[in-house]
Design a protein. Structure first.
Length: 552
């Protein structure tokens, strides 16, 4: 549902809701009218007909009539409060008559100006009063819609002097299209790939299917999935082959043919390049470890995937990009494990944190009553976590191979970066609610300072995990290169980077004055303290620093 100045809107109901403490405690809601969800405090997710939409303070959602939705908290357990404004949309005919617009079918994200939240709250307060109060509520609602329309117009035009000037207005519109028609076309292409793995598929054929040029299709596909189309196709074929090899009596030849490889020897080479082991070796390893494994910790799911094991059940992250390795995984919660779902998955082995590392330790203590458990404390180094899990599932050789590949990748990047930037300081920051979270020795920082040996700014000398800095404190830091993450959503990212505090803080940085601030987009793919997250980040940031492609 698109909000445009060509139509008229009338408020029909206004209320406020807050996300519950537990992710499953809030009953789903539905409305027979259009609904505008305006976040007024915190962040979290809106689950709409089973699909998760992350929501913070810089965007709102427009829901079509009849959809079922509920709120969930953020991973940091911060509550999300929303103004819920139910309304009708009218079109004006040529003779001046107003008619209800046809029902919309999709969920829309819209940029949220600072004034919108207070106007939405004022509409709620007026709605609970008398007839005059409801009239005032409608006036406040109209003002809220007007503020949204103006913000959208400014975002479309591009703000002068914006720090995202490295992205042209045309490129911004192209990125934004990924959130609407482009995203749907890419998802349709993904579905087509999965349904036709045995057929000869080319990038050109997929682009034609999506109705795009090859270059545009490839760019949008990689933005959506993190992989090039042919890389995704190859991974999907190998993932399906791994599934088939788990069945008794399967031969390498028939497996290769069923997933689109006519040459079994070429298939074996591609399989080994992805899985780190030949198809024969993979089939043998399955005989050593056939347990139904449930992962109740995001990082440990990554470790299992690095070892070539798709978990039987797992916590499923928000905004999960489509990936073959997640197909068929039973979801047992989002932020915290849901015991009922976990029991229903009937795992033979549960891998997770120590009970005290969970929000509800008493529930975590029940894991051992459900199945055998492998407990890996959140403290310690990620390589130790990987090896502990590998020992539990009989994949030590696979773990050693994976780590050898990672160390070789890090060693090559370390030499190249040392030649390029020497002792210049490097920092990585996540933009959060107008502040900057800089990472120290853990998570993203461990890749920079331990694996690549880059120089840490003196301001982070005593930061073990991360530090949240105001724009003023960031501007005072001595940083030669800043790697900046914000949002996976192009429109949200543009709004964040245009905020006055963000612009002034980045403009004052030494890194900005020397054109060395690198906008790396969203951090969803790099957020875990885990093997695969660190490998992805290592590849991504090394390319950014080596290319000198800044936000200019």
């Amino acid at each position: 549902m698109e909000i445009t100045p060509e139509h008229l809107y009338r408020l029909k109901h206004a209320a406020s809701v807050v996300s519950p403490f537990g992710p499953m405690a809030f009953a789903a809601r539905a409305s027979g009218r259009l609904t505008l969800l305006v976040p007024t405090k915190g962040e979290g997710a809106v689950v709409i007909d089973g699909i998760n939409y992350r929501l913070g303070q810089i965007e709102a959602l427009v829901l079509p009539a009849g959809v079922s939705w509920r709120l969930e908290r953020s991973e940091e357990n911060r509550a999300l409060a929303c103004a819920v404004l139910e309304f009708d949309s009218y079109a004006e005919l040529g003779d001046g008559r107003l008619v209800l617009r046809a029902p919309a079918t999709g969920v829309s994200r819209i940029a949220l100006p600072p004034a919108a939240a207070s106007l939405a709250q004022a509409a709620i307060e007026g709605w609970s009063g008398d007839a005059l109060g409801r009239m005032e509520a409608n006036v406040r609602f109209q003002a809220c819609i007007l503020a949204v329309l103006r913000a959208s117009a400014e975002a479309e035009a591009g703000a002068p002097g914006s720090l995202v000037a490295s992205v042209s207005p045309g490129r911004e519109r192209e990125e934004a299209s990924l959130q609407t028609d482009g995203r749907e076309a890419i998802r349709a292409a993904i579905a087509y790939i999965k349904a036709n793995l045995a057929r000869p598929l080319t990038r050109e054929a997929l682009a034609r299917q999506a109705g795009m040029s090859v270059a545009h299709f490839s760019r949008l596909f990689k933005q959506e999935t993190g992989r090039a189309p042919m890389e995704y196709l190859n991974d999907a074929r190998i993932g399906q082959a791994a599934e088939l090899l788990q069945r008794p009596g399967r031969t390498i030849r028939e497996t290769a043919h069923e997933v689109g490889f006519q040459d079994e020897f070429y298939f074996s080479r591609k399989f080994k390049s992805v899985k780190g082991v030949s198809p024969v070796g993979f089939a043998k390893s399955l005989r050593r470890s056939t347990a139904r494994i449930a992962s109740v910790a995001y990082p440990y799911t990554d470790h299992l995937l690095a070892l070539g094991i798709r978990p039987h059940a797992a916590l499923v992250p928000y905004a999960l990009p489509p990936a073959p390795e997640w197909e068929g995984v039973i979801g047992v919660g989002r932020l915290q494990p849901d015991l009922d779902r976990l029991v229903g998955a009937q795992p033979e082995l549960i891998i997770g944190f120590q009970s005290e590392d969970y929000e509800e330790p008493d529930k975590a203590a029940f894991f051992s009553r459900i199945a055998q458990t492998c407990t890996v404390g959140f403290g310690g180094e990620w390589r130790e976590h990987l090896m502990t899990i590998a020992r539990a599932v009989g994949r030590m050789e696979e773990a050693e191979r994976w780590l050898a590949k990672y160390e070789a990748l890090a060693s090559g990047a370390r030499r190249s970066l040392r030649d390029r930037i020497g002792e210049e300081t490097v920092a990585v920051a996540q933009l959060e609610d107008g502040k900057f979270r800089l990472f120290g020795d853990r998570n993203l920082g461990t890749v920079l300072y331990r694996d690549l040996g880059l120089t840490k700014p003196k301001e982070l000398a005593n930061v073990s995990h991360s530090a949240l800095l105001s724009p003023e404190r960031l501007a005072a830091c001595d940083i030669d290169h800043l790697l900046l993450f914000s949002s996976d959503d192009a429109r949200v990212r543009a709004t964040l980077l245009r905020a006055p505090g963000t612009r002034s803080a980045l403009a004052a940085l030494k890194a900005a004055r020397t054109d060395r601030v690198y906008d790396l987009g969203g951090s969803q793919a790099y957020a875990c303290y885990s093997s695969l997250s660190h490998e992805r980040f290592l590849r991504r940031m090394a390319v950014g620093l080596m290319s000198r492609s800044s936000m200019r």
